[in-house]
Structures are given as structure tokens and as C-alpha cells.
Write a protein that binds this ligand. Structure first.
Ligand SMILES: [Zn+2]
Length: 300
């Protein structure tokens, strides 16, 4: 597989080695670490749950970020710093002054630039080990399956319902884990969907009617909340790659920054879910753009 510039993207495969916790999650093993990599990731490698083998798994992993906005900024920066070897970013917006109070991957000098270009430059500066692939286009039913199929895990940082449903459906249909996050004023949510263990439609089978739920732009959001939830998404993604700990699968984590309280709601798979239920009615992607009456953007 090659990137947009025709460069070879895949890490050479090494002999299969069990992960540090003795199990495998199907993420390919990367090549042996260089001396520079051993230094860069020393604080990871010293963790028994990561070790050199886990670090090689991180370097071999491919993660797609939907949106280079409020959630995508911290999530992608921590994933790049962690040495996740291939990061894809989908966003067709340009950096606007109103983004900068929360979208910390973008600086003032990048106002007016495409967000994917601004983000890619920042990520390459954080860690030149990381191959960044950019998609400066809206994600839709026309391209979602092709893009998502090239990655191991998807991190959702979109703040609109058409994209949220599209990404949820594409991940389920392709069997990809989805690390979800959302923000509303002073509150944030995070959880993980694994194919066969529930999806966003188990909670909300269909999008709300147009105008029923305010967007981030309409409701406002405390900028630093993006850091809390985006970092949780990065942590959950790294745990999935390493196959360690307990994932936020079937657990919706709710964070209220005003009371500084975390709560958790169990969300089992719904057998009546129209997508992942026992008798599904959705078998292909649906563009909800017109239905929701909102443009497909990824403000985060
Ligand atoms: Zn479902």
C-alpha cells in the first residue's frame, strides 16, 4: 500500500510475537526499534504492559481520525507522540479564528490553511516516525468505506449527526473498532464500539430531526474539555492497539467539568438495533446530510 505521494506505507512484517500480556489483537507487528526509537519511547518501553513489543505494535498501527478539530487535535497529537505509525485525518475545513480556543493542533499562523495541512505539519513535527495521510474532503457514503477500510481503528471527532451515523455504520460494516467522543458545553462523553458488541445506533437508532439538538457552534463548549475527552480517546485507542486493560466497550463515560464528576452508564448491544441487531435493516451507508438539514463539517 502506498500513500498519496506514492511512498510505501506498510511496515515490514516481523515474525509473530505475543504481546506483553500474552494475547494478540490482530494489529500487525512492526519492525525492530532503532536506537533513536528506543530513546524516544523509553518511558513507554519501561512499562511492562507496553515493552518493546507493544511499541512495535503501536508503530505498525493505522488509526483514522475523523476531524482535525477540538477532539481530533489532542487525540492525534497524543497518538503521534505515542508512535502510532500511520495517522489518517479527514477534514475539509480551513483553520478559522473561532477554532483556536479549543483546536490546539492549529496555531495562529495557520489561519486560513486547510486543517489537514496544518495538522499534518504539527504531527510530523511532534514525531517524524509517523506517516500522516490527509483527506481534504468531506466524508460521505461515496468515500467512507474506502477510507475506513485502510485503518485498524477509527477515532471520531465529528460534532454533527450525519458524520456520526456515517462513521458508525462504516465501522460496523467493515468490522473496525470506533473510539467515540462528544462535547456539549461543560460536559463530555467517551466510549468505544467494537463490532458485534453494540454501536451508536443501539443508543440512538436514527438521527434527531433537523434543529432538535444544537451543534457545538450553537451551544458553545469549554475549550479545555476537548483536551479531557480527546486524551481519553487517545488512551482508549492505545489500549486497543496494545490489547491491554478494560476498554470503554458497552460503557458510556460521562464527564461533567462543572462538578468535576465522572459517571458511567452501561450500554449493552440492542438486539433490535437497525444496524447491529439480530434482524438488521441497514446494510449500506446512508447520507443524512439532507435529512438533518445540516452541512457535514467536523468542527469538533
Ligand atoms: Zn447497534
Amino acid at each position: 500500500m502506498k500513500d498519496m505521494n506514492g511512498h510505501q506505507m506498510e511496515q515490514p512484517m516481523a515474525a509473530p510475537t505475543p504481546t506483553s500480556n500474552g494475547s494478540s489483537n490482530g494489529v500487525a507487528m512492526g519492525q525492530a526499534l532503532t536506537l533513536d526509537q528506543a530513546r524516544r519511547y523509553a518511558r513507554h518501553i519501561i512499562l511492562p504492559e507496553v515493552g518493546p513489543v507493544g511499541q512495535r505494535q503501536l508503530l505498525a498501527a493505522r488509526v483514522l481520525l475523523i476531524g482535525a478539530g477540538g477532539l481530533g487535535s489532542p487525540a492525534s497529537m497524543y497518538l503521534a507522540a505515542a508512535g502510532v505509525g500511520t495517522l489518517g485525518i479527514v477534514d475539509y475545513d480551513v483553520v478559522d479564528l473561532s477554532n483556536l480556543h479549543r483546536q490546539i493542533i492549529h496555531g495562529h499562523k495557520n489561519l486560513g490553511r486547510p486543517k489537514v495541512d496544518s495538522a499534518a505539519e504539527a504531527l510530523r513535527d511532534i514525531n517524524p516516525d509517523v506517516a500522516v495521510r490527509t483527506y481534504n474532503e468531506p466524508i460521505s457514503s461515496a468515500n467512507a468505506m474506502d477510507i475506513v477500510s485502510q485503518y485498524d481503528i477509527v477515532v471520531n471527532g465529528s460534532d454533527n449527526f450525519p458524520t456520526r451515523y456515517l462513521v458508525n455504520d462504516a465501522c460496523y460494516l467493515l468490522g473496525k473498532p470506533l473510539v467515540d467522543g462528544s462535547l456539549f458545553r461543560f460536559e463530555g462523553r467517551a466510549n468505544v464500539y467494537l463490532p458485534g458488541k453494540g454501536c451508536y445506533r443501539c443508543l440512538f437508532p436514527a438521527p434527531p430531526p433537523p434543529g432538535a439538538v444544537p451543534s457545538c457552534a450553537e451551544a458553545g463548549v469549554l475549550g479545555a474539555m476537548c483536551g479531557v475527552i480527546g486524551a481519553i480517546q487517545a488512551v482508549e485507542t492505545i489500549k486497543l492497539i496494545l490489547n491491554i486493560g478494560e476498554s470503554l466497550v458497552n460503557r458510556l463515560l460521562l464527564f461533567d467539568s462543572l462538578t468535576m464528576e465522572f459517571r458511567e452508564v452501561r450500554i449493552p448491544r440492542d438486539p433490535a438495533c437497525p444496524l447491529c441487531g439480530d434482524n438488521p435493516t441497514i446494510h449500506e451507508l446512508i447520507d443524512y446530510e439532507a435529512f438533518c438539514g445540516a452541512p457535514v463539517t467536523t468542527l469538533g
